[in-house]
Ligand binder design. Structure first.
Ligand code: UDP
Length: 439
């Protein structure tokens, strides 16, 4: 089986932690390689965003990355890519013709690739599945006028939901949103959670992990760790506020809780390259906790295990979170998670079993949860061990790849049946980026 895996802005080859490189890149990488191991041949189509990169990269056995020459060969913010999508579609078709490939199934990632997938489905009659990674309506609800997505996004998403053969939901809250907000028919929504690499992310000795990092952490400092992109919606600001609340109670004691913040646009923490670092530094200064917050800059995935393991607790309290790989990575490291009770976090973190869930935007509730956990090493160890067991049992990339391959087989089978196309399909989604095709 040959798969066209489309991911217009998120390449498996990108260094993660920056504004537009996070969980989607990891998903595309892991699932493409997992499908390759199962014997499928996968071409990952992404935009050529670096002049030095080869146009076709043999990434793993049976997996290629195809960098399509669309738009300038440099990073372009993803919110500016929509007008380039007709050219992306055309380049993809050109590549397939030149290479003599006929794909059996198309897998769109994110809404713009979803549009390309529906275009190919319509033009070539190939079945398509779609995973949004994030939904425009949810973003709009939380970010209001600060939402910089193109205005067409939500309408295009609704049309994709109608046009593709299956939509993948990564967790129950995404499934609900697809059905309730986007009108997806329940039978066409398949839940396949994301996974974690349990060999890469594993429990290590905490003291040794701290020593290897060479940061100013003593063995006894309670350490909170945040790993991820530094965006306002990830709300690390609430974590800094909670830290200040914890610090108040520690003035007279010898313990000084520290917060490790891993992520950003560059390997060195730079408030110019990553404005959110500047915001957090100013907030920490105002609250008198500057010396307790350690920014590391972004790190490669291979380095992250030491950072998670250096923490007594992993904290992640975004306003909303479509899935959230970082809590799973922390759980795989045997580190308890205190997370916001939203989106995928409310599904992966079991309250009282693998961590604690708190309301979003609530520094006081977060501080109370952290205070309790930091004071109780036995409970932390218990939650951490249960987290590791949970990811081993429920969230392996191998299972994600197997279930994705089974889904492809099902949609291909349906497409072969006579009269397979339900009335109304194939569907032209009727929205096209304007003034773009020739860019
Ligand atoms: N990540 C990384 N280096 C960093 C910061 C983050 O490799 O410096 C990775 C992190 O390990 C995780 C991904 O980026 O795999 C973030 O995914 P998540 O689903 O948590 O959030 P998203 O970025 O999709 O909003």
């Amino acid at each position: 089986m040959r798969v066209a895996f489309i991911s217009e802005h998120a390449s498996p080859a990108a260094l993660l932690g920056g504004e537009d490189a996070g969980g989607q890149n990891v998903y595309v990488d892991e699932v493409a390689r997992g499908l390759g191991r199962l014997g499928l041949r996968v071409d990952v189509f992404t935009r050529w965003d670096c002049a030095d990169a080869a146009s076709v990269i043999q990434w793993a056995p049976r997996v290629r990355i195809v960098n399509l020459p669309v738009g300038p060969p440099r990073l372009v913010p993803k919110d500016e890519l929509w007008p380039l999508m007709p050219a992306f579609r055309d380049e993809l078709i050109r590549f397939a013709i030149r290479d003599g490939v006929r794909y059996d199934v198309i897998h769109g990632n994110f809404w713009m690739s979803g549009w390309v997938a529906t275009e190919l489905r319509r033009a070539l009659g190939i079945p398509a599945v779609q995973l949004f990674h994030a939904l425009g309506l949810t973003k709009r609800r939380h970010q209001g006028s600060a939402d910089s997505s193109p205005p067409e996004r939500i309408g295009v998403e609704r049309a994709i939901v109608r046009a593709v053969d299956r939509v993948i939901a990564s967790c129950p809250s995404e499934r609900r949103e697809l059905i309730d907000d986007y009108g997806a028919s329940p039978g066409r929504v398949e839940m396949v959670p994301l996974g974690v690499d349990t060999a890469l992310f594993r429990p290590l000795d905490r003291r040794e992990a701290r020593r290897r990092l060479g940061l100013v952490l003593t063995d006894d400092d309670p350490v909170l760790v945040y790993v991820g992109r530094l965006l306002q919606r990830k709300d690390v600001r609430s974590v800094v506020q909670a830290l200040a609340l914890l610090a108040k109670g520690e003035e007279l004691g010898g313990r000084r809780t520290k917060l490790l913040v891993v992520g950003g646009e560059s390997r060195l923490p730079d408030p110019i390259a990553t404005p959110e670092i500047g915001e957090l530094q100013r907030l920490a200064a105002t609250l008198g906790v500057t010396d307790r917050v350690i920014f590391t800059g972004k790190r490669d995935r291979e380095e992250l295990s030491d950072y998670y393991n250096a923490g007594d607790v992993m904290v992640t309290t975004p306003w909303y979170e479509p899935f959230g790989l970082t809590p799973l990575e922390a759980m795989a490291c045997g580190v308890p998670v205190v997370g916001a009770d939203v989106g995928g976090i409310a599904f992966t973190v079991l309250h009282g079993e693998t961590g604690l869930l708190v309301p979003p935007r609530s520094p006081a509730a977060l501080a109370a949860a952290l205070r309790g956990l930091l004071a109780n090493p036995e409970r932390r160890a218990r939650l951490g061990a249960a987290g590791r067991r949970r990811v081993e049992a429920e969230f392996s990339w191998r299972v994600v790849a197997e279930r994705t391959a089974a889904l492809y087989a099902a949609v291909c089978e349906e497409a072969r049946e006579p009269f397979a196309r339900a009335p109304g399909r194939p569907v032209a989604i009727g929205v096209t980026p304007t003034a773009a095709a020739s860019d």
